[in-house]
Design a protein. Sequence first.
Length: 525
Amino acid sequence: MTKNLLNRRRFLYGLGGAVVAAPFLNSVAEREAKADSVPVDVPKRLIVFFTHYGCLTNRWFPAKSHGSLSTADYAALQTLKPLAPYAEKLLMVRGIRQMNEWSFGGELGQTTDPHTQVCGTFFTGHPVTPADGKFTGTPTGRSLDHICAEQVNPGGGAPLFMQIGGVSGSTTNTQSIISYDAPNRIFPGFGTPSQIFSQLTNLFGKGPMSADTFRAARGKSVIDLVRDDLSSLQRVDMSGSDKRRLSDWIDLLHETNAVVSAQCSADQATQLGLTDAALKTGGGDISKAAPVMMNLAVLSAICDSNRVIFMKTPGNHTYSDLGLKEEHHGLSHRIGGPNMGGPCVDDVFTKIAKVDSFFAEQFAFLVKQLDSINEGDKKLLDNTATVWFQEMSDGNSHNLNNLPILQAGSCAGYFKTGQAVNLDGGKVDLTVGHSEEDCVDGQSAFGKLDSVGTPAAMASMPINKYFCNLMNAIGVKADASGYATKGGTEPVSRFGKYDDSKLFNSNNPSTIAQPGEYSELRANA
């Protein structure tokens, strides 16, 4: 074996020793890919930003609910103005309902706590149990981040889940937990930036850039770097068993399709502002903690350490750094507390709007950072589906239809961008909701949920199908049932236990009435 090959193997070991060790493992299953015909794929990623308690929907949604949305359309919005520069790379998904909606009599979901059941169901599509445990219910299925990560992450590792403003990540407060790595089992993720950063530093290259590293920086795959050496090795006289192992290893390298990036470095971390001082700001000052966590998400994507990245803001938080004294949950109820109905907080809509705008600014910052990184002939943003999800629509109504969803990035051309797509019939004038029609006389009404939200009969297309889009876009596969399954070969067409919120009331068998994805969101539709 040549010295050159050994040197390159040492280089590759620093980036992923398992790849180099593969020839010495038992022969892997026969692969369909061939060494000279399989193109190198840039990783496709799912990055999620999740916020609590909905928003003032009338300030969030543009007037046009279907068709192209320009920079001017976003600039005219009070809340989403910071996203205006990226209009051509945005997809506003309209007309969707989240599952397991809380209502007084349980007509639209379970009768657990309004936030426990919604957060537990949001990324699982499963009911929460025990149904009578108001603040302790957990879902009967795994969440989207784990379902995706086991298939698309290098090595099938866990997703990167970051609780912005947390200390170590919540393991008990089911009112705000969204990640579950097994049925009824909470996945706390990370609440401290330094924990995440320490894992990434192990991927940083050492010393000056070698010729191989330079080639890697230009988008070469691992197999491109050792192609000549592999050809020489294939000419060596060896047993039939060793030849098969070598052939299988080459195919395995193609299946990983790892693109090594010289941008995964300490210098890049510094350019992103990930200094020692910044990494210590993971406490309660959300205005400082959020950009740090988002830059860690960007660096994780650059280093390809994780292709499924979820972030969330804290529940029940007082945004004192925005000059607010009232806790966000209480503000969303208009009255400053968790109950419904009563005297409204002074200037409550201005205060809610401050939080809404802060969230929009953080999402715009994430989009900006992803769009600043070159990845081949595109930007890092272009190879992701980066989505801002909100727990509900209007925070006082607690309604889950007409859900505010904003996606950035086409995920390597899978999705349309530069427009809104109303999945509820393609109407251009779908309601923006009635969030500021409350507190007219200084009082918030009790028992009239839809009066400040969106009537339940409209904007109610199941979110399950959109999750199928996201999974298919990043390369998740299903078995014959249509459910995402490791080792599957079919497109994903089913997600969750139910796609009708009313079914969460009972012990009905699993029912997905509308399988498949939303073809209207596809770039080729």
